[in-house]
Design a protein around this ligand. Structure first.
Ligand SMILES: CC(C)(COP(=O)(O)OP(=O)(O)OC[C@H]1O[C@@H](n2cnc3c(N)ncnc32)[C@H](O)[C@@H]1OP(=O)(O)O)[C@@H](O)C(=O)NCCC(=O)NCCS
Length: 176
């Protein structure tokens, strides 16, 4: 029988920081000319519950299956915003709604911490986020390590009713 996937604060699971750093390094940091230590340091900083930066981890038993982070950043023409970053679902878990569930939980966490909207930058996943209800506000240039890239700046309000996120990787179909 499969075990439910639970979403937890990384702060409560320091034992998985290394694995999350592996994912971030292979997915983003290495391509940007940054080191594994850079990725590890970023994940270490995100071990918080009541302040940003904060990371969440999806766990099946003790095994991490996905992650998402929230940072505080300055956005073009918008001042300080909470920003979703580092959304990652381990390959065997993709296409089962876990990314959607992590995004929804990021919205819930932003609201809990007093933000009225959540932002993100994406260089190549605008259609994915648009499908989840995010809207593009502008196109901008982002610095990824030494590289400059064109990115969509997208936002979502976190007030009001949030969409439900049922996920086929959770046998109990728990809403989160
Ligand atoms: C992008 C990623 C997080 C998606 O996670 P996932 O768990 O497979 O996504 P979900 O199953 O929740 O997909 C939600 C919806 O988006 C769709 N979708 C999935 N990947 C998509 C993509 N690349 N582009 C557009 N739509 C996509 C799904 O079909 C699903 O639609 P549906 O509800 O109509 O069936 C995952 O592929 C990943 O970790 N990729 C590597 C890291 C990455 O690129 N992160 C994003 C950085 S901006």
């Amino acid at each position: 029988m499969s075990t439910a996937v639970r979403l937890r604060y990384l702060a409560d699971h320091p034992e998985v920081v290394d694995e999350l750093a592996d994912w971030a390094f292979l997915e983003w940091f290495r391509g940007a000319g940054m080191t594994w230590d850079d990725a590890f340091e970023r994940m270490q900083e995100r071990q918080r519950r009541d302040d940003l930066p904060l990371a969440l981890v999806a766990l099946e038993g003790r095994r991490p299956t996905g992650t998402v982070s929230l940072l505080r950043t300055d956005a073009p023409g918008a001042g300080a915003v909470a920003c979703l970053t580092g959304l990652y679902v381990a390959p065997p878990w993709r296409g089962r709604g876990l990314g959607r569930r992590l995004c929804r939980r990021a919205l819930v966490e932003s609201r809990r911490l007093g933000w009225d909207r959540l932002a993100l930058y994406t260089t190549d996943h605008e259609p994915y986020y648009a499908r989840l209800g995010w809207s593009r506000r502008s196109v901008t240039i982002v610095e990824t390590g030494p590289r400059l890239q064109v990115a969509a700046f997208m936002e979502r309000p976190v007030t009001g009713r949030l969409p439900s996120a049922r996920c086929s990787c959770d046998p109990l179909r728990v809403r989160c």
